[in-house]
Design a protein around this ligand. Structure first.
Ligand SMILES: [Zn+2]
Length: 411
């Protein structure tokens, strides 16, 4: 059967949620567990209660709304995240949550009773922009991360509080134990955050895998001295060593695998004064590849680059890996269901590997999982320029609703 979502209601809902933490330039500034995230959460909980769902919040603030099935079977989970990047876009995460919401509203419109229960979820702190690393809520839920460590994660954006303190402050320190139990499958819709679907003229991307990735944090230590009298040959300039290493690190994809990507996005120079030689630099490396082996090789290349540059500049370095994710291969049970739904609407589609990480990665550890991606105009993401055409959002939502129905039907 094909169910059709309510286009106007869906558009209205996207507009309404985009007001919460909305920026002047049409983006979204709604970091995890801030006042605006609380407002979005409150709105979401109201919307779930209006559907008569059984609403619960777990220890790390993940929000669930359960719709009963005809039988007491393992449920289908659907959802994404309501938190955003700093001055990010209104589609990343939010579109997936609202698509799941529209799906349940559509089931109610048509008096659909599924065999399996369906649980809608909003994951806490997917972005990792305020509390690092990313995917905190879903990782705690699936056992990839400990609940205790998750709760003690510090706010890195501007405050000194922990995740637990912020959960308490906004009233989302729930009492549901943060454990998964038996889950049949997980479906998530997300914007592509890359240029491929648009370039190929496809409305739907069936994500059958997610790239492997690593986050490294590097500290280079030299010595702070006067920028005037200190001769060039007597310097242990931490920034000079860093810049030499970074040039090398940024060329790793060229050397190892041209489909891999590397980013040095955060650099802190100390003391960061124009007339003092930098004594210490910390910087981040984000590396992603379709192959686990390439990620391992890349880490060796990073070590090699830093060893060489620190030798040249008389400095020392440390590397900490603060996040590591293996390649994710999604379930064909879910991708087949997505493909069937896409075909029944005749939307143009392709299979695609997601370079961006998502909550579906940890969920894939415990349940049959896959994702529906919709096109990002110009590949823009994590910025206020992020945009997905409403026709593509609607196509994604229709495919989502029908895929959810298929997964929730016993066979
Ligand atoms: Zn996201």
């Amino acid at each position: 059967m094909d169910v059709q979502i309510d286009d106007e209601r869906f558009e209205r809902t996207v507009e309404a949620y985009s007001e919460i933490g909305g920026t002047e330039n049409g983006g979204l500034h709604r970091l995890a567990l801030t006042d605006s995230d609380k407002e979005a959460r409150d709105t979401f909980v109201n919307d779930l209660e209006a559907l008569d769902l059984d609403v619960s919040v777990d220890e790390v603030g993940n929000i669930f709304g359960r719709r009963d099935g005809a039988e007491d079977l393992a449920p289908v989970f659907i959802g994404s995240h309501l938190d955003s990047q700093p001055y990010g876009g209104r589609f990343d995460g939010q579109l997936g949550v609202l698509t799941a919401l529209e799906t349940l509203r559509t089931f109610d419109d048509h008096d659909i009773m599924t065999d399996r229960p369906v649980v809608i979820v909003n994951w806490t702190n997917e972005e990792g922009a305020r509390f690092a690393p990313a995917l905190l809520g879903s990782s705690a839920f699936t056992g990839r991360a400990s609940v205790e460590e998750t709760l003690s994660t510090p706010d890195e954006y501007e405050g000194t509080v922990t995740l637990e303190e912020e959960l308490e402050r906004i009233g989302y320190d729930g009492d549901r134990p943060c454990t998964a139990g038996d889950i049949h499958s997980y479906l998530e819709l997300h914007i592509e955050c890359g240029p491929e679907l648009e370039a190929n003229g496809n409305s739907i991307g069936i994500a059958d895998a997610i790239y492997a990735s690593t986050w490294l944090e590097v500290t280079v230590r030299g010595q702070s001295k006067h920028a005037g009298p200190t001769p060039m040959e007597d310097r242990q300039d931490a920034f000079a060593a860093t810049s030499e290493a970074v040039r090398d690190i940024l060329s790793i994809p060229d050397r190892l695998d041209d489909e891999s990507v590397v980013t040095v996005g955060e650099v802190h120079v100390s003391p960061n004064k124009r007339n003092i030689i930098p004594g210490e630099v910390t910087f981040s490396i984000d590396f992603r590849s379709g192959s686990d082996t390439v990620v391992t090789e890349a880490k060796n290349e990073v070590e090699r680059a830093l060893t060489a540059s620190c030798r040249n500049h008389g400095t020392e370095y440390d590397i900490a890996e603060i996040m590591a994710k293996d390649r994710t291969d999604f379930s064909s049970i879910v991708t087949d269901a997505i493909e069937d739904a896409t075909n029944s609407f005749d939307y143009p589609y392709q299979y695609i590997e997601s370079v961006a990480g998502h909550d579906a990665m940890p969920m894939n550890d415990i349940a049959e999982s896959a994702m529906i991606l919709v096109p990002s105009v110009g590949g823009e993401c994590h910025s206020e320029n992020e945009f997905t055409r409403m026709d593509d959002c609607l196509a994604g939502a229709n495919v989502f609703a029908n895929t959810t129905y298929t997964l929730a039907t016993k066979r």
